[in-house]
Design a protein around this ligand. Sequence first.
Ligand SMILES: Nc1nc2c(c(=O)[nH]1)N[C@H]1C(S)=C(S)[C@@H](COP(=O)(O)O)O[C@H]1N2
Ligand SMILES: [Mo]
Length: 499
Amino acid sequence: MSRTGSAVAGIGAAALGAAAGQLVAFGVNPAAAPIVAVGAAIVDRVPTPLKEWAVATLGTADKAVLIATVVVGVAVLSAVAGILAARRPAVGYGLLAVVGLIGVVAASTRPASGQLDWLPSIVGTAVAMAVLRLELRWLADRPGQGPDARAGIDRRVLITGAAGVVAAGAAAALSGGSAAPTASAPVTIPTAATPEPALPAGLEATVPDVSPLRTPIEDFYRIDTALVLPRVSTDTWTLQVDGMVASPFTLTWAELLAMPMIERDITLTCVSNPIGGPYISSTRFLGVRVADLLRRAQPNAEADQVLSSSVDGFTASTPLAVLLDGRDAMIAIAMDGQPLTQVHGFPARLVTPGLYGYVGATKWLSRLKVSTFAADEAYWTQRGWSENGPVKTATRIDTPVERIAPGKAVIAGVAWATHRGVGKVEVQVDNGPWTTTQLGPDVGLDYWRQWYLPWDATAGPHRLSARAYDASGLPQIADVQDVLPDGATGYHVVQVNVG
Ligand SMILES: Nc1nc2c(c(=O)[nH]1)N[C@H]1C(S)=C(S)[C@@H](COP(=O)(O)O)O[C@H]1N2
Ligand SMILES: [Mo]
């Protein structure tokens, strides 16, 4: 029996096992599929600096890279298990069982693990072990003749391996496709009690390449820990409002829709957004004021935070005072006139203007627990991020980037000082004077502001820097600081080659 043969046998067995686990997971919980569960457990456990590095270098591809890494890891371990099993069965099968056990532990220790989340990995492990046993028999049976035998790879083992890979791929594809939001009837969006005026025309009409005033939903940045998107039906969705309150209650979808709706133009950004980075977007949200819900529940005087939870176990801690200070934090059900998309938290999410997403924007929202910072730590606070996360004043140069022709050009971008409002944006070319830019339309304190500055670009390399001020005249922080623990600071600087 060749090593190659038994290695292929190990990989094929594991692939069929993973496929079987994935199929069982359809019935149990899509997030409990073995590979996904291991990936998710890694997301929960990797040290924050490593995660930061992954977000910075891989961006939104980090999820695909993580899953690919898990797949390669499982393939290598199961190949080794196949080789060992051919000689010392106890060790080989033992290793395969350990790989399966990792899936079991990963699936059952996630923050929102269900009662049966261990099942897919157990079934997958059993299938993998049975398949490996069969394959090793085939290999042992070979009398050692013919071209296959010389190569040491039994055709049945090769076919099993190929079938395993195809089955695992198909099961994974199915799980991706099955993740659409569900409801017995199409979700229709109510209108706001006092509709906002139409958004003014943005600078994008006249300044090419500046970020549009409103981000198209398909371009809206996405950040979350979910490897499998939570699938929530409005038929069964509820929002529990409880904790340190006089009158806890639970709302159904119909009850939420019956409440007065507000619409607000809000810029959402991530604490992990590096200076000049892409994790910021702006749109019009529609929903119910959190303050209305809190007033109904009547928080105790000692409470100082609201711990919001998602159906997948993510938590965020929002200062109670912020939710009650009149800034219109809301339980959003629509963005840009459409029901929330699944990636942005269908059917309902929290949005808190002025705070980074990790402290005020829980997606797939299921619970608001009135609590204290001392009693409950949120997901990212447990991982070294700041307890509170007000958005820092900052600006991004959208254009030009890298290379332009000499002559008349426009430097343009967006600035934000969420919930304080943008007062002014200045640009500096090389070591020249700081020049005040023209601001685009004002859409309120909680929304970003476009800006531009005409520039006569001369041939050669140039350094463009930009800095924003909030409406009270405070400039953004100049010192360069990375995103951990409470958001990056420093001016956005771009190098442009004119010529
Ligand atoms: N359930 C859940 N909600 C979440 C997160 C998450 O990981 N899980 N991430 C938060 C973070 S860090 C940010 S920046 C925003 C991003 O929202 P978006 O993906 O709609 O842009 O969602 C927040 N809400
Ligand atoms: Mo974030």
